[in-house]
Design a protein around this ligand. Sequence first.
Ligand code: ATP
Length: 304
Amino acid sequence: MNNYIIETAALSFSYPSGQAALRDISLQVKAGAIYGFIGQNGAGKTTAIKVLLSLLDNFQGEVRIFGADIREKRREILSRTGSLVEEPALYHHLTGWENMLNRALLLRLPKSRAGQVIRQVGLYDARHKKAGAYSQGMRQRLGIGLALLGSPELLILDEPTNSLDPSGIREVRELLARLAAEGATVFLSSHVLSEVEKIVSDIGIIHQGRLLFQGPMAVLRERAREECFLDTHDNQRCLEILAQEGLKALPAGQRLNLGNIGREEAARLNALLAGQGIKVYALEWGRKNLEQLFFEITNSPEAT
Ligand code: ATP
C-alpha cells in the first residue's frame, strides 16, 4: 500500500441482517486533500465512516489510516483523528464557549486551546450565546470545533452540510477550506455533489456499496464533456424539425441539449431552423452540470 492518509483495500461490510453495505471499496485519500465521499441516501457512506472510526469492526479487507492498520493501531489512529458523525452532540443550554471549555477539560487540554478553536471556527463573537440559540450553520461549526480541539491531522465528517441553508453551507465550506489550507486532511460525506464540489479537491462516488468513481475533482469536471445548447423562440417546433432530421434533442431548462455535436453540424442545424422560420437566439457549447454527471454515473449500467 502507498503513502495515503486513508487507504482501504477490498473493504467490504455486511450488517448482521445480511445487508451488504460496502462492496470491495478501495479508498485512497492523500494528505492535505479535502475528499468528498458522495452518494445517495443508503449508498453506504455512514457505514464506511463508521468503519474508518472503528465503530464497526467486523469488516473484510484492509483499512490503513496514517499508514497503520486500523485493527492494530486503533487508539493511536483515533487520537490523531477528529470526527463529527451526523448531528453534533452539543449541550444546547450551555453557551458555545461553555461547550468548548467542557470538551477541552474532558480532553485535559488547556483553556487557551478552547479559546484558539472558538476563534478558528469563527464563533468568538457569539461565544456567550447559548448553543440552542445558534443558527444551524453555527451549531455545525461548533460541532466541527469540538472535533478540532485535539488538533487532529485528519477530520472525518459525516454530512457536515446536511440540512444547512445556503449561508450555513457557505460557512462550513469556508471553514473547511481554511483547515485544509492549514494542513489538515478532511474526509467528508454528502449526498449532494453541488454542496461540496466547490471545496473538495478529490472525490469518491459510492453507489449501492460500490465505489464507482475516485479521483481529483478536476478529472470529474473533465468528464462533464461539452454539449451544445440551443435557445429558440419555439423549442417544441424545433424538436419536431430535429426529429424529422433523425436528431434527438433533450429539453434542458429553457433550452434544448443537442449533445456533443460539432461546429459544422451546428451551423447546418442553424441554417435549417432559420429556413423553417425558427428564431435562433443562441447556439452555444457548455459543460454538463455536475449533478447530471453524478446522476449518469450512478445510473449507468455498470452501477447496478
Ligand atoms: P444516508 O445518507 O441515508 O445516511 P448512507 O450512504 O450513509 O445513507 P448507510 O447508512 O451507510 O448509507 O447505509 C448503507 C446500507 O446499509 C443501507 O442499505 C442501509 O439500509 C443499511 N444499513 C445501515 N445501517 C444498518 C443497520 N444498523 N443494520 C442493517 N442495515 C443497515
